[in-house]
Design a binder for this molecule. Structure first.
Ligand code: NAI
Length: 271
């Protein structure tokens, strides 16, 4: 593992906290950023570019990696969701890229919810290009979505933007990967039950047996950040116990060749 500190956003809770614990156990210095101040984190509100820049200014000149874990669920306002889940990771990454040392990686935590996005590619593209809160506001003016839809789209944008970043980083000895969990037992899960429906969560448990644990997702992020993952770049790692595989298998078995009927594109995809 790296001798330089790794920055973890969302380190005060859930998956980010589990990642910070895992990395520290491996002897890595972790710098946690979160809007919730704890003994271990630097306060930073990712929805506010000034707060984000102030946090960046406090960070060291050399970093061994960046994990953009913080996120807001579909119960928040669409603007807050897009600012925290899309603009925050983008600005944080662009601000820290020059400090990322050789063999390091950026890992963005997206979600299987990216597969529920219903925005067309050109609209996703506009958000990939967004660099200011005003861009987000303008996009929402043209695409009035509710919180759950904003969440799904935010994660689609994050996955697709990570791919672009990975392509940009080829030849620089740095990598970018997204990690997409299914439902995980963290405080955000209650919000998902409100925004996506309890039934959606229950369907997921019925399909794969249980929700994931934060340490199970942290382990994959930790690997993606490590030098052992040196040839892993530009892909989305699903960490969901086989949820998407079960869905694909169900689609194959329920396909009716005489009617062409398949389950709808979003049937059975929770968080
Ligand atoms: P969590 O609610 O336990 O942690 C999220 C953290 O992000 C919190 O510490 C919170 O303070 C921080 N945060 C929120 N807004 C912020 C802001 N404006 N500035 C700075 N920090 C902010 O939730 P969890 O589960 O650990 O979520 C981590 C990531 O995993 C999120 O991006 C979430 O969308 C994603 N995810 C979680 C799933 C789950 O079922 N728990 C499933 C799929 C994806």
């Amino acid at each position: 593992m790296t001798e330089h500190p790794i920055v973890v956003t969302g380190a005060a809770s859930g998956i980010g906290a589990a990642l910070a614990t895992l990395l520290r156990r491996r002897g890595v210095q972790v710098i946690g950023l979160d809007r919730t101040a704890t003994d271990d984190t630097i306060p930073c509100d990712l929805s506010d570019p000034h707060s984000l820049q102030a946090a960046i200014d406090k960070l060291p000149a050399q970093l061994g990696g960046l994990a953009n874990v913080a996120g807001l669920p579909g119960t928040a306002s669409p603007e807050a969701i897009l600012r925290v889940n899309v603009l925050g990771p983008k600005l944080m990454t662009e601000g820290l890229l020059p400090r990322l040392t050789a063999s390091s990686a950026v890992v963005n935590v997206a979600s299987v919810a990216a597969h529920r996005n219903t925005q067309p590619p050109e609209s996703v593209e506009q958000l990939i290009s967004a660099t200011t809160p005003e861009d987000i506001q303008a996009w929402l003016g043209d695409h009035p979505v509710d919180g759950p839809a904003a969440y799904d789209t935010s994660k689609r944008v994050l996955v697709d933007w990570t791919t672009r970043l990975a392509a940009r980083l080829i030849g620089t000895d740095r990598r970018a990967i997204s990690v997409s969990p299914g439902p995980v037992e963290t405080p955000i899960l209650g919000d998902f039950a409100s925004s996506m429906g309890k039934e959606s969560m229950e369907r997921s448990v019925a399909t794969v047996g249980r929700h994931g644990r934060p340490d199970e997702v942290a382990a994959v992020i930790g690997f993606a950040l490590s030098t052992e993952a040196s040839w892993l770049n530009g892909i989305d790692l699903l960490v969901e116990g086989g949820l998407m595989a079960a869905r694909a298998a169900a689609r194959a078995t329920t396909f009716n060749p005489s009617t062409g009927r398949e389950p709808g594109p979003h049937e059975g995809i929770p968080s």
